[in-house]
Design a protein around this ligand. Structure first.
Ligand code: FAD
Length: 481
């Protein structure tokens, strides 16, 4: 009998049949990551329904020395929620931790359990006249626990920040089975290290997040969404700076290269290009009004874009004439990742550099990558205003996908990441490290940061029970996996 089987039996006896499944058909789709690049194995999936269930499971996992891999919506872009291929770990799914424990429009706070899907939170907040101001393409699947654990960003970071700014506290089960309860919001709390912030972005390596207290914003009264054709990213950033000087109502500012838009239009046959002409680069801009005193966002955008056209910063622009058209513009943006995935092999990077340097970086790094790897095509799209883009290097026409990825990807990634580091940037802007970037972090991470990450991991999780081999690797400990 393996340690895994003994643990499964112990959990069944302690928490009942529903707390675990060994049904291979149910588990199979959860063993591969969203991009289909990483494949794992696990004999069982644990299905806790409460924080106490998680605590019991973690204590037993420690007793049997079986690692656990927490999983929410499995939309990780870096293989973060895929268990190791040797079958040594069990999956712990948060799908039954799906209650919104508190929704308080006066305090503008929500307490949501880890398995609550982002879109569900959006809908529930809207029912009380509020919104949770973070959204991303995977909102129909990604969970609060996953968003907390990856410190997710998305398309509203420009105005509202990422999860670190939107989470006021976390409840999490620590590797020894104890429960850290940071859910009570305290504007002032100086009891030493900030455990809530430590759990945010920890990728499931330090604690299993069971719930989080989240900041809400007032619901939007009106929004306007514009699609703008521009000559280059430099013009895009100049336009953003001009708009930000005039108003604080700009919520999203996304950049899309012309050829990437073509790929999305191929991927979504029923979709139409927002502008009639072709442009080398495009912007999607959203402005909102939250109070009746705010200028109507369509009027605001019309004025600002009129100025931009006159100043030569924009070549053409259209403001969505209806909510349906606004949604259609956003659908193009939200489908970029899926369209890129469908378009064939590409080495993908989620990187940031200081905002001011991003326009030059996008153009110069793409040219450098194409020159260094002949036949490839490099593009970058995404959150220009956050200094964060998704930088893709596409395989030469006719290349064998699997072979090209195996042979070319490591060199291309090292090349791109070296450029990012030279520009003072980060090799992971919002997706995390997972298993995909672990070795690159070890290669490039500043030594002080790496040593501290490893010391924290070793200190809190000496048996390496939580999501082992993600983010950082540790030397094996006696009796640990
Ligand atoms: P999972 O994929 O299940 O897990 C992600 C990581 O968190 C893993 O390491 C896992 O072990 C850990 N984890 C999950 N739940 C818990 C828990 N309860 N406790 C501890 N650890 C846990 N990300 C962005 O930041 N911005 C974007 O704009 C964006 N756009 C995306 C668009 C698409 C189409 C897709 C597929 C993904 C996108 N992502 C984006 C990435 C992804 O959606 C986010 O990282 C999201 O936060 C993951 O949530 P999840 O529930 O799917 O987590």
């Amino acid at each position: 009998m393996t340690a895994q089987t003994r643990l499964i039996d112990a959990i069944r006896s302690a928490l009942g049949e529903r707390s675990v499944t060994t049904d291979a058909e149910r588990i199979a789709p959860l063993l591969t990551d969203w991009r289909g690049r990483f494949h794992g194995a696990a004999d069982a999936m644990l299905l806790p329904a409460s924080t106490q269930d998680v605590a019991t499971m973690v204590r037993l996992a420690g007793e049997y020395r079986v690692p656990l891999v927490p999983q929410g919506g499995n939309t990780s872009m870096v293989g973060g929620a895929t268990p190791p291929a040797d079958g040594s770990a069990l999956l712990l799914s948060t799908r039954r931790l799906n209650r919104i424990r508190r929704l308080d429009p006066e305090a503008r706070l929500a307490v949501a359990e880890a398995g609550v899907i982002l879109q569900t939170l959006h809908e529930r907040a809207a029912e009380v006249g509020c919104r949770f101001p973070l959204t991303l393409g995977s909102r129909g699947t990604a969970t609060i626990g996953g968003l907390v654990s990856t410190n997710a960003g998305g398309t509203q970071v420009l105005r509202w920040g990422n999860m670190r700014r939107l989470v006021t506290g976390v409840e999490a089960v620590l590797p020894d089975g104890s429960v850290h309860d940071g859910l009570t919001p305290l504007p002032k709390d100086n009891r030493g290290y900030d455990l809530d912030q430590l759990m945010i972005g920890a990728e499931g390596t330090l604690g299993i997040v069971t719930a989080a207290t989240l900041r809400l914003a007032p619901a939007v009264l009106a929004r306007a969404v514009a699609w703008v054709g521009i000559a280059d990213p430099e013009a895009g950033l100049a336009l953003l700076r001009r708009m930000q000087a005039a108003t604080d109502a700009i919520e999203s500012f996304e950049i899309v290269p012309g050829d990437t838009l073509e790929r999305v239009l191929d991927y979504l046959p029923d979709a139409r290009a927002p502008l009639t002409g072709t442009h080398p680069w495009h912007l999607l801009i959203e402005a909102v009004a939250a109070t009746p005193e705010d200028e109507a966002p369509d009027v605001l955008l019309a004025r600002l874009l009129g100025d931009a056209l006159e100043a030569g910063l924009a070549a053409d622009a259209v403001i969505a004439a209806s909510e349906a058209q606004a949604e259609a513009f956003w659908r193009l943006r939200d489908s970029l990742s899926a369209a890129e995935r469908a378009a064939g092999p590409a080495v993908q990077h989620d990187i940031s550099v200081p905002v001011d340097r991003m326009p030059r970086f996008m153009v110069e790094a793409a040219a450098a990558a194409e020159a260094r790897f002949p036949g490839t095509h490099a593009t970058a799209f995404g959150h220009l205003g956050d200094g964060n883009v998704h930088f893709h290097v596409r395989a030469p026409a006719g290349a064998d996908p699997a072979r090209w990825m195996a042979e070319a990807a490591p060199g291309i990634t090292a090349f791109v990441h070296d450029l990012v580091v030279a520009a003072g940037g980060s090799i992971s802007a919002e997706h995390g490290i997972g298993q995909m970037k672990r070795d690159e972090l070890a290669r490039l991470g500043p030594p002080a940061r790496l040593a501290a990450l490893r010391a924290i991991k070793r200190g809190l999780d000496p048996l390496n029970l939580f999501n082992p081999h993600k983010l950082v690797t540790l030397a094996p400990v006696d009796g640990a996996k």
